[in-house]
Design a protein around this ligand. Structure first.
Ligand SMILES: Nc1ncnc2c1ncn2[C@@H]1O[C@H](COP(=O)(O)OP(=O)(O)OP(=O)(O)O)[C@@H](O)[C@H]1O
Length: 625
């Protein structure tokens, strides 16, 4: 019998998902602090274009209301009533005088012409405002993405290793889209607030009592909005966590696909997905309903205030009908920006947790030592090392790196070593002895916590480290290939390499015949992580890619372990004949893989415990180039 789909949610990622699904109660003060942080960040980014946007918004809002105010003398004329005094009449009178119109028809025509001009101006101002605001929004989202990517590229290797990939993916892709909605708030709210102020000012000029009613409506809206906003924030926080958990689970599942399907473990993943998707759907529906309920409530509220206003104006205060209609029109229009304000605020606080998550990730990545290479801006300013800076020996002096705190944390320690240019070195030792940690130090992925690594007498750091990484090639046991064509995989690390160089490299690693046999030759897609190839084939292609870089240093960390011994020997012998000859560091467990080494280093418990002459000792170190 088939096991039920939802049978085992607690396995692997289930606990984490349930954890993520809890909606933590949020405090108003914390939400306000977070909103203030966002607004500061955005204002800092907006700068001059932000100011231009504010001016455009103010102009559009002002034009909107001049039109409404002009409506009052128009209505008075149309209804043959005595035009009311105040701002409206004051605005209309000079226009009539200027155009020298005295008849009712002439005045009506002049008013209509004025309206048409205002409508055109308003449309133009709105167009400009939307263009500036949209660009500002897009630019901000793009800059946040770029900051995150820069932080990721500059982060120390140990930090990157500990990262959950789903966090990064979510922060860069989806959260950036949510960020677009978050950024709308200061922009939309700015438009709405300016429109409200202009409308209230227009109403105040006509009737101060009415303006007071408008303010009361706003105050009532603010009271209703507070718990709504808090709930929106909580839903947003839970949704963000759910989405990361879902991505993580999917990533795990895809990574372990073969294992999962071969052992019939896929059902627990499917069960987890169904449950997590149901949670997501529930929260999304709750948020949408909350938004529409609040909009209905606001419509009701503004309707009630409008009726009250009409009753007070016409019934109790005996005001002229055009003035009351004009005021009612303004009131009806106050409802729209107030609704926009609430809706936009809801979306803002809903998306705020995603923004916070992206900021936390950026701070985590930027915190600490970084990967040693200077950031892009500094690289451009820094003087590149001299041409011969990488020609000399690599020297390790009392180098120590521990993965974690304390004297007993694993890693490597007390490593003293000199590697001459062009030397071939074998590295061996039991599992966990520190061989890969040594290789990571050598290529500058991690930096010594104590001691010094130097090249040609210069400390491996800053611009030198950057140049060093450009000059080397590193091939790990897990020969990583992208889901792309073989050609693009090969050219990834050496984009300038030509067709001849590609075939030479393929021939050297014994993969030219294989590449020709593939259905589309070099243009064959190799599958996710090279899944459409065998392990040995992947390793050969990864080696060809490394050779295409013409590296000064070639580090092979179990990079030929999937080849049979004879093929491996042929391949390594050809590598040893490379011209120009790179310095080679070959890490392996099989003694046969180390036959080419002029020197053999043995690691145990993080220490370099032995340095013996390798089988090829005495063949001489070969200078690069
Ligand atoms: N990122 C890390 N965080 C914590 N500990 C780590 C990390 N990387 C390695 N270690 C630990 O450091 C020690 C040395 O690991 P390293 O990978 O250098 O060994 P190795 O000699 O290459 O092993 P193997 O032959 O199995 O590949 C091991 O005990 C390992 O568990």
């Amino acid at each position: 019998m088939e096991p039920p789909l939802r049978a085992d949610r607690s396995r692997l990622t289930g606990d984490r998902m349930r954890e993520a699904s809890k909606a933590e109660p949020a405090e108003d003060a914390a939400i306000l602090r977070s909103a203030a942080r966002f607004l500061r960040d955005f204002a800092g980014f907006a700068g001059w274009p932000g100011l231009r946007a504010a001016v455009a918004v103010a102009v559009a809002a002002g034009l909107e209301n001049v039109g409404v105010v002009l409506l009052i003398p128009f209505l008075s004329l149309a209804m043959d009533e005595k035009a009311p005094g105040g701002a409206a009449a004051a605005l209309a009178a000079p226009v009539f005088a200027l155009l020298n119109v005295e008849t009712r028809l002439g005045k009506l025509g002049a008013m209509l012409a004025l309206f048409a001009a205002l409508l055109t101006l308003r449309a133009l101002a709105n167009g400009v405002q939307i263009r500036i605001l949209t660009k500002l929004r897009m630019d901000y989202v793009e800059s946040r993405r770029a900051r995150l990517l820069d932080a990721l590229a500059a982060a120390s290797w140990s930090r990157v290793l500990a990262l959950r990939h789903a966090r990064v993916q979510r922060a860069i892709n989806d959260d950036a889209a949510i960020l677009g909605a978050v950024v709308r708030f200061p922009l939309d709210a700015g438009v709405a607030i300016l429109t409200l102020i202009a409308q209230i000012a227009a109403a105040a000029a006509l009737a101060p009592v009415f303006a007071t009613l408008c303010l009361s409506l706003l105050a009532a809206t603010a009271l209703v909005a507070r718990p709504l906003l808090r709930h929106s924030y909580e839903l947003g926080a839970a949704l963000t966590a759910d989405r990361v958990a879902l991505d993580h689970s999917l990533g795990q599942f895809l990574g372990a696909l073969k294992l999962a399907i071969s052992q019939n473990l896929q059902r627990s993943f499917v069960g987890e997905f169904e449950a997590a998707l149901a949670d997501l759907k529930r929260r999304q529906i709750a948020f949408l309903l909350q938004q529409s309920d609040s909009q209905h409530m606001l419509s009701l509220l503004s309707g009630v205030v409008a009726m009250l206003c009409a009753f007070i104006g016409l019934g109790l205060m005996d005001m002229p009908a055009p003035l009351v209609f004009g005021l009612l029109l303004i009131l009806a229009r106050v409802g729209a920006p107030a609704q926009t304000l609430v809706r936009s605020a809801q979306q803002f606080v809903h998306g705020l947790p995603a923004w916070e998550r992206a900021c936390r990730l950026e701070a985590e990545l930027s915190d600490g030592a970084g990967n040693g290479a200077p950031p892009r801006s500094v690289q451009e300013r820094e003087t590149p090392p001299p041409a011969d800076a990488l020609d000399g020996a690599i020297v390790f002096s009392a180098v120590c790196y521990r993965h974690g705190d304390g004297e007993t944390a694993p890693g490597v320690h007390g490593v003293d070593l000199t590697i001459s240019p062009g030397e071939i070195i074998g590295v061996t030792g039991p599992s966990g002895a520190g061989k890969t940690t040594f290789a990571d130090l050598l290529v500058g992925l991690i930096r010594p916590q104590s001691g010094v690594i130097s090249i040609s007498g210069r400390k491996l750091d800053g611009a030198l480290l950057d140049a060093w990484r450009h000059s080397l090639a590193y091939v790990a046991q897990d020969a990583f290939l992208f889901h792309d064509t073989l050609r693009r995989n090969l050219l990834w690390a050496a984009p300038e390499a030509g067709e001849d160089a590609i075939w030479r490299a393929l021939s050297l690693v014994g993969a030219d015949a294989l590449a020709k046999r593939l259905p589309n030759g070099l243009d064959t897609i190799v599958g996710e992580r090279g899944a459409l190839l065998s392990g040995g084939e992947r390793q050969r292609f990864a080696l060809a890619r490394a050779i295409l870089r013409t590296p000064r240093l070639l580090v092979l960390d179990e990079a030929t372990s999937a080849l049979d011994l004879d093929s491996e020997h042929v391949l390594l012998s050809r590598l040893a004949e490379l011209d120009p000859a790179p310095t080679m560091v070959i890490i392996a467990h099989r003694p046969e893989s180390l036959r080419l080494g002029g020197r053999l280093l043995t690691f145990a418990d993080g220490r370099l415990i032995g340095e013996t002459e390798g089988p090829c000792a005495g063949s001489g170190a070969r200078p690069f180039g």
